[in-house]
Design a protein around this ligand. Structure first.
Ligand SMILES: [Cu+2]
Length: 450
């Protein structure tokens, strides 16, 4: 890879190593145990219930999937049939949204219209698309009643495992990091305050897999970090403590055509990134949270959120492979419709969410360009279900690298121009601001593809 030399780390004092080594190890995520006795089928059970969990070393009474926060990892395979029994042991209706998976937006798939009553169960069943290799996630999606449950801990990762050739070529450690902020109030997760609905709720503890600044003890020099921002509203901006670069290899579960070297990662709520980080020096490296200027929010100072210790001994760093996947560019010359999608506080195109109204009607198989215009005085991260979009321009400027997303920030006063190809499915789904508080309050709209 070009520029790999720029990723090499300078050495720092050996004494720092010992001090950093004392932190808690990065917890491995719980995994949902699938029954795969029938070839091609993964059967499992996910339970939403009140639970007592450990967060940042504190015992906390909250809500959880299968008793763990973050929820258990769903490790599935491309082309696999997933049959997931979902039991609701909460005291009110809930459901599951499979964020990032290309699934039919109804039936037993990614059905946000469905509500599973308290005390009842529902059998989700779907086939994992062979194009969805990568990191995705799941969380509740009951309109108007999602933010409190997500802030309490109802969210978990989905990893669609692809071929291992990339890892084998590199000989890398593979880590999954779930970023989620919490505020604790005694033995509970803090309730929403009135202002949280406006600004989006942020927590004062910035946790990775439920732990403050965990330590990763590397076994190999290349670290592949798959990172999910499962926060309700916090933007996570991450830089290396030594100022060196990182190589992004995928956004929102889509491999990039070539690694993209960058000095900072910027994850809006719901976003996933896969990044390669080399550890071939003697010095520890930290990923440092850097504050994001987001209007009206309490300032959170910079702090390390994860510490990586290099592997013992000197191991040569293999070069990062180049191209992983090529995907045809969005064809702007073959567009059936171009639309303005206007974001303002708690509404889209001046209308609050109405599940009984169709806001955009699109034809299956066609391409559309949406100009997502934020006319508000606050950023809003934009999420479209079922169909991922290619970012064509931000305020008229094309991105530095082609990338497909299901999440992208739309800064205040900014226009995000995206291309969508309505392939594979028909049905009705939603697009919305992914500050959970904003979508709960109505900043969501419906899309019907026929
Ligand atoms: Cu918003």
């Amino acid at each position: 890879m070009q520029g790999a030399g720029a990723l090499l780390l300078p050495g720092i004092a050996a004494g720092v190593h010992a001090a950093l080594d004392a932190g808690p190890a990065l917890p491995a995520l719980a995994e949902l145990a699938f029954d795969r006795s029938e070839p091609g089928v993964a059967r499992g059970t996910l339970v939403a219930s009140p639970a007592r969990v450990t967060l940042d070393g504190h015992r906390v009474d909250t809500v959880a999937y299968n008793g763990s926060v973050p929820g258990p990892l769903l490790r599935v395979r491309p082309g696999e049939r997933v049959e997931l029994r979902f039991e609701n042991r909460l005291d009110r209706p809930t459901n599951l949204h499979f964020h990032g998976l290309a699934l039919p937006p109804g039936g037993r798939g990614d059905n946000v219209w469905l509500q599973v009553p308290a005390g009842e169960a529902f059998d989700y069943a779907f086939t994992v698309s062979p194009h969805d290799t990568g990191l995705h996630w799941y969380h509740p999606h009951v309109h108007g009643d999602t933010a409190k449950f997500m802030f309490g801990g109802l969210a978990g990762p989905i990893l669609v495992e692809g071929p291992r050739d990339f890892e084998q070529a590199l000989d890398c450690d593979d880590r999954l990091l779930v970023l989620k902020d919490f505020t604790l109030d005694g033995e509970r997760v803090a309730a929403h305050r009135t202002s949280d609905w406006y600004f989006g709720k942020e927590g004062n503890r910035l946790l990775v897999n439920g732990v403050d600044n965990p330590v990763i003890r590397a076994r190999r020099p290349w670290q592949r970090l798959r990172i999910l921002n499962a926060s309700n509203a916090r933007f996570w901006r991450l830089l290396r403590s030594d100022g060196d670069a990182l190589a992004v290899i995928a956004w929102d579960g889509h491999p990039l055509e070539a690694p993209q070297v960058t000095r900072e990662l910027f994850l809006v709520p719901g976003a996933r990134v896969e990044v390669m980080l080399p550890l071939d020096g003697d010095a520890p490296v930290q990923l440092v949270y850097e504050p994001v200027a987001r209007r009206g929010l309490t300032y959170t100072p910079a702090r390390p959120v994860v510490t990586l210790l290099p592997p013992p001994g000197r191991i040569a760093l293999r070069p990062l492979p180049g191209t992983r996947e090529r995907r045809p560019a969005f064809d702007v010359g073959d567009v059936a419709a171009e639309r303005d999608i206007v974001l303002s506080m708690y509404n889209i195109c001046t209308r609050f969410m109405d599940p009984d109204r169709v806001d955009v009607l699109a034809q299956a198989g066609t391409r559309e360009i949406w100009n997502v215009r934020n006319v508000d005085v606050m950023d809003h991260p934009f999420h479209l279900h079922t169909w991922h979009y290619e970012v064509l321009a931000v305020n008229g400027r094309p991105p530095t690298a082609r990338a497909w997303h299901d999440m992208h920030n739309v800064g205040e006063g900014t226009t995000l121009r995206i291309g969508i190809h309505f392939t594979e499915f028909t049905g009705r789904t939603v697009y919305h601001c992914h500050f959970a508080e904003h979508s709960d309050r109505g900043m969501m709209a419906t899309l019907q593809v026929v």
